[in-house]
Design a protein. Structure first.
Length: 485
């Protein structure tokens, strides 16, 4: 009887679709429906498709509180430094209103000089040129370039400088790790700095392998707001009004701009990444450098194979730390623990080390429909200190493109297993454990007070509890005795 009543209560397919549109809105419904369509998934029946639409619409809807989101966008994957730099320089050259550039590293190499000349030319043709670079990461930026840009009308700002002291906006460990370029209605975001290591035959030394993205559509205005947030976080010495919102592109895709700003208690990027990992039911492809994730990401990754999904990790097998490869040593210690704790899931977990170049790309693909690309590393510095930015994309073609890049590099990599000698030798284990401990200790925020909100809340909660439980009667009694101070 209960089953009969339940079946009668359940809405029909057309009625359920109406509920879906009413709750989630026409734009989100259209976006999710276009991804989970018969054309894209001919092997799935309508019931399965409807379940997937509801699952991802629910997730996207819940994630909307974590960052700017829009439909009608176009996002293009840019693989390799030469390809990306050509696109960025072409966009700077075509800009007529604004060129806003933010980079952790802006060096004095050939590619750095090329970007300097492009920014200088944009300033001379009366574009609004703003260059924001990190003081530590771009310490080698020639001051002659800075002066010449300023004479041409551009504004150049160093994030959180050490000197002079009154220009500092936080502890030394508080860095701007974002990579953003806004050229009128075109934006760029990803993991690439402006440095010779990223450039290839044309612009650099090919020491790094990296991936970036080119954005068009309304999401460019959202990315520009993150750039404006960086200016504000740098003391507000330079500020800009919001840029006009570019028009929607017909047939465009759903994009959400994410950021991390610990000082303002904004961790939208970390939350969306964790939620996306927890939503993986079929496959999860992660490409990243410096892989020693904080606890909330480690716990999320541990649950992926337990749900029956496959997990593929593409990590760097070469270091950019000199002279001691501390990043590789710490990563090796974490991988030994991770592989040990996931015994029995060897058929679902693949850990691959890319050794031809330093793997600096940072992107993720979930179930072949949801993707992320940005500046966020899976380490404590990105999770707890740095300013970070990322782009979340809900589109099958974009996800498959990132997945294809991942699989191509996996085929050129070496798979790590617990039988490898560096996981077995006691001396190597000790060195790796020491490196991991040093990185974990240096990533703790009690040294600089950046992540003190939880401690402050605990103290405040304890004080309120004491006042309410221990002194409530005294407060009530005293409030009735007029004339007492």
């Amino acid at each position: 009887w209960v089953q009969t009543k339940w079946e009668r209560w359940q809405p029909s397919e057309p009625r359920r679709h109406e509920y879906f549109r009413w709750f989630y809105g026409d734009e989100l419904d259209e976006c999710v429906g276009s991804v989970f369509s018969r054309k894209n998934f001919p092997e799935l029946d309508e019931t399965t498709l409807e379940a997937k639409r509801l699952k991802w619409a629910t997730l996207l809807r819940r994630n909307q509180k974590y960052g700017y989101h829009s439909t009608g966008n176009r996002v293009t994957v840019l693989e390799g430094g030469d390809c990306c730099y050509d696109e960025m320089l072409a966009s700077i050259g075509a800009a007529r209103e604004r060129v806003w550039c933010e980079s952790y590293i802006f060096d004095k190499s050939y590619v750095g000089e090329t970007f300097f000349r492009a920014l200088l030319a944009a300033a001379k043709r009366d574009c609004d040129v703003v260059l924001l670079v990190d003081y530590i990461g771009s310490f080698g930026l020639p001051m002659e370039w800075v002066s010449e840009l300023q004479r041409a009308g551009a504004e150049v700002s160093f994030f959180n400088p050490v000197m002079p002291f009154n220009a500092s906006v936080g502890p030394l460990s508080f860095r701007d790790h974002r990579k953003v370029l806004i050229c009128d209605g075109v934006g760029f975001c990803g993991g690439m700095n402006i440095q010779k290591e990223v450039g290839e035959a044309k612009y650099g030394s090919s020491h790094f392998y990296d991936v970036h993205s080119k954005l068009e559509g309304p999401c460019v205005a959202d990315l520009a707001d993150v750039f404006r947030d960086s200016l504000l976080e740098n003391g507000g010495r330079h500020s800009r009004d919001p840029m006009p919102r570019p028009p929607r592109i017909d047939g465009g895709i759903y994009v959400q701009i994410l950021q991390s700003n610990v000082r303002q208690r904004r961790r939208t990027l970390q939350k969306v990444i964790a939620r996306s990992i927890n939503s993986a039911d079929e496959s999860l492809y992660i490409t990243t450098a410096y892989f020693f994730p904080p606890g909330f990401l480690r716990r999320a990754l541990m649950q992926v194979p337990a749900r029956g999904a496959s997990l593929s990790l593409l990590l760097s097998g070469s270091s950019d730390f000199y002279p001691v490869p501390g990043d590789l040593l710490a990563q090796t210690h974490f991988l030994r623990r991770f592989l040990s704790e996931t015994r029995g899931y060897e058929s679902q977990i693949s850990v691959n080390l890319y050794g031809d170049r330093h793997m600096h790309a940072k992107h993720m693909s979930v179930d072949g429909v949801f993707s992320y690309i940005g500046s966020f590393n899976y380490d404590l510095y990105s999770a707890r200190r740095n300013l970070e930015v990322g782009v979340a994309v809900f589109d099958q073609s974009f996800a498959q493109r990132l997945q294809s890049l991942h699989q191509t590099k996996v085929s050129e990599s070496r798979r790590a297993t617990l039988q490898d000698w560096w996981f077995q030798q006691p001396g190597a284990q000790l060195a790796c454990a020491v490196a991991y401990g040093c990185i974990r200790l240096s990533g703790r925020n009690f040294f600089d007070g950046l992540d003190c909100f939880e401690q402050k809340w605990l103290v405040r909660k304890a004080s309120l509890t004491y006042l309410l439980e221990e002194q409530a009667a005294q407060f009530v009694g005293m409030s009735m005795m007029w004339g007492l101070d």
